[in-house]
Design a protein around this ligand. Sequence first.
Ligand code: MLT
Length: 264
Amino acid sequence: MQTEVNGVRIDFIDEGEGPAMVFLHGFPLSKGCWQPQIDAMSADYRCIAPDLRGFGGSAATPGATTMDRFADDVGELLESLGAGPAVLVAHSMGGYVALAFARRHPEMLRGLVLVATRAGADTPEVADGRRATAEAVRSDGTQVVVDGMTPKMLAPGNDDADLLAAVRGFMTSASVDGIVGALLGMAERPDSTPDLPGITVPTFVVTGDEDVIIPPAESQTMADAIPGARLQVIPDAGHFVALEQAETFTAELREWLDNAGLAV
Ligand code: MLT
């Protein structure tokens, strides 16, 4: 499905009926990566999964795309769909967006699932690295990022060819402007750590024990700082835990929703 949000074409999935769940993909992925969860949960929940601006089928805009901008797109999309307040299930960069959403649209938030993400800002070195990657993407295209990210998304040693092909597939539709915009936006994102103690919605922090992109210790730090948050570290999973251990991830998500009083 497509709609226009804040003047930009946004492509999204909207399946099922019930309490709203919004699935936010990581960088440089797209909405299809949540299909295992949507298939499993749309019988009980309204599952909404946008392609963030510049990714998948959504249009890109030039310049930095801040996490606030992505968050406002999500807020506007939910309003236009008459959906929410929602539980946000947010992977990695999607988690940065979810923390911005919690700051900017708290009235639309019912629960938070932070997947393989972190609250902190980039160090100056990491931010410089992102700007250099953005330059490389501008001159050589998106392949440099797709080739660089794909091998790091799964647990080291997981060479499942089908899964790796799927991971690559979720990245291929990202545009140059989309990837550059998100890189520059991530580089300038603020530190969300001071916000964590003020999060009042039920929160679930999930990660893979073999995540080489964002160390699981970051999840522990977030779970410690958010009042009442539950932490789950899923074994035999890397950064793309919701895909790599899809059944376990979905079962854990459902159990948490039930226990947190957020289920149907
Ligand atoms: C992601 O998976 O969204 C990115 O790796 C996050 C990041 O680069 O910080």
